[in-house]
Write a protein that binds this ligand. Structure first.
Ligand code: F0G
Length: 508
């Protein structure tokens, strides 16, 4: 299938093709031929702008721009650690056509909205991915045929009526990224970056991980027929995640180091070995991870929620979602951005500390990280500058929440029928604080990004309900809430009376 998006003058002749005129100010139109067609009708050899109007299957329109010093390089010139040779900071993917300021060089908003929705009923594997469905906004591959997909994305946006009522909010939703193929938001980034690795001919890919990145990488590498190397902190990741890396055939190394130590070591390794680094320092990861922003905007009928609340670990995800909304606004698909707030665990809170000190993320002091929300047990986050920009540009906040607040919020989400990882539950815990501080108003619409599936870390849930999760001093002040939420399993005699008595006891 080949798509043409942009300005052209044509009379709608429909010969097995669908023609839509978006009717926007620069007269853009879009033509989609039947699924297997290879050329667009009436494209304009005659049109004065035909050659720059095509976003086709073989277009690669990006370059890399250093986030700090602004240096621009060609994709092929990136170093193996994805750090800028001039200043050492990270790159982000940039599409020069979108920033050139010439309206006719940019994709056509009305046509894109129509096309992306249309693809939801397509049988094509690329269209069925909630990431590649938006491929016009991620032209990072020489050929989209190289995309490696497990049909990620298209995750549900659930209303949270109980939490909304308790917080006095009208509109509260959870975007559940745990409903991705390997159970976390990492799949959306991995499909993008691993596809790049495959296209560039790498045989090995690698990541340091608190568990979810490694699970996603191992799965996508296996699909692509690549080998994968995982470095994880020994004893500090949830079993569900470790089991996935093993299942998908990764070489899994448990190191006597924390996440930050694992990433540092891997950064050294990729300098000398032909291994493609797939941590979120890799800017293509963030390209995939920006697509939930498109899904959220689409679900809000191309308006946006007032607030988006995201957990913060290595701070790639908040950066990516910020980029996604920024690009939608830049391209005229939405009129404004949501306020993006990032919530960290109090024991792994370098960015929240910077905001508490009034520095708004202009610098951070790494910390030694401790939290039972192991996914975000990160003391020296790589993407802090990008995340700080997402927060500051949108008027959001960064704060931290305690172990007890996380545990309570996770159990509360459970009562809505939505399981999630403890790292995801920081969003609800953070929202409670933002609401109490008057930063979220009753009439505001709010989306919480739930990043991982509850089965990733079943031990955490069981420990909570058995009452063994929190130490006494951690639970202090939250005893009543915790008692009301705990639902430990009971052991009974196998008789109807015993079971009915158990129901009776727990009624109401
Ligand atoms: N939630 C979950 C479930 C995660 O796995 C992570 C990160 C985060 C939130 C934080 O996202 O790092 O982009 O700020 N997990 C990484 C991993 C570090 O290795 O799986 P972030």
């Amino acid at each position: 299938m080949r798509l043409v998006v942009g300005k052209r003058d044509f009379h709608p002749r429909i010969h097995g093709s669908i023609v839509v005129d978006s009717g926007n100010s620069f007269g853009g139109s879009l033509v989609q031929r039947g699924q297997s067609a290879v050329s667009a009708p009436a494209t304009s050899k005659n049109s004065p702008c035909a050659d720059r109007l095509t976003v086709g299957m073989n277009d690669n329109l990006h370059q890399l721009r250093c986030f700090s010093c602004g240096q621009r390089i060609a994709a092929a010139d990136a170093r193996p650690d994805f750090r800028c040779a001039q200043c050492g900071d990270l790159f982000e993917v940039e599409y020069p056509d979108w920033t050139s300021g010439r309206a006719q060089d940019r994709p056509n908003p009305g046509a894109l909205k129509w096309l992306w929705r249309e693809r939801r009923s397509s049988g094509e594997w690329l269209d069925q991915s909630g990431v590649w469905r938006f491929r016009e906004l991620l032209p990072i591959l020489d050929s989209f045929g190289n995309a490696v997909t497990l049909r990620e994305g298209n995750t549900p946006l659930y209303p949270l009526p109980r939490a909304a009522k308790a917080l006095g909010l009208d509109q509260l939703f959870a975007k559940h990224q745990g409903m991705n193929p390997t159970g976390s938001f990492k799949d959306t980034g991995m499909t993008a970056a691993l596809s790049v690795a495959k296209e560039r001919g790498f045989n090995w890919v690698a990541c340091a991980s608190t568990g979810n990145t490694s699970a996603a990488m191992a799965a996508y590498a296996a699909r692509a027929g690549l080998r994968s190397l995982v470095l994880i902190p020994d004893g500090k990741i949830a079993w569900g995640k470790l089991s996935q890396a093993m299942d998908y055939g990764a070489v899994t190394c448990q190191l006597k180091a924390d996440f930050d130590g694992c990433l540092k070591l891997l950064t050294e390794i990729v300098q000398t070995a032909p291994i493609y680094l797939l941590n979120s320092v890799n800017p293509y990861r963030l390209e995939g991870q920006k697509t939930p922003a498109f899904e959220i905007a689409e679900a809000f009928d191309w308006s946006v929620p007032d607030h988006l609340i995201v957990p913060g670990g290595n701070l790639g995800n908040s950066s990516a979602l910020g980029k996604g909304f920024r690009e939608l606004k830049q391209l005229g698909l939405v009129a404004r951005m949501p306020r993006i707030s990032v919530i960290q665990a109090a024991g792994a809170n370098p960015l929240a500390r910077s905001f508490a000190a009034g520095e708004k993320g202009s610098s951070i002091e790494p910390v030694e990280a401790h939290t039972r929300a192991t996914a975000i047990r990160i003391g020296n986050p790589a993407s802090w500058r990008k995340a700080a920009q997402a927060i500051n540009d949108t008027g959001g906040w960064c704060l931290d929440v305690t172990e007890a607040e996380i545990a309570v919020a996770k159990a509360e989400l459970g009562t809505e029928g939505l399981g999630c990882e403890p790292a995801s539950a920081v969003t609800l815990a953070g929202l409670k604080k933002l609401r109490a501080q008057g930063k979220v108003a009753a009439a505001d619409s709010v989306v919480l990004v739930l990043t991982g599936h509850t089965l990733k870390d079943a031990d955490y849930t069981i420990d909570f309900h058995r009452g063994t999760l929190l130490r006494e001093e951690e639970a202090a002040g939250h005893e009543a809430e915790i008692a009301a939420l705990r639902r430990n399993a009971v052991t009974l005699d196998p008789t109807p009376e015993a079971v009915l008595a158990a129901i009776e006891e727990r009624q109401g």
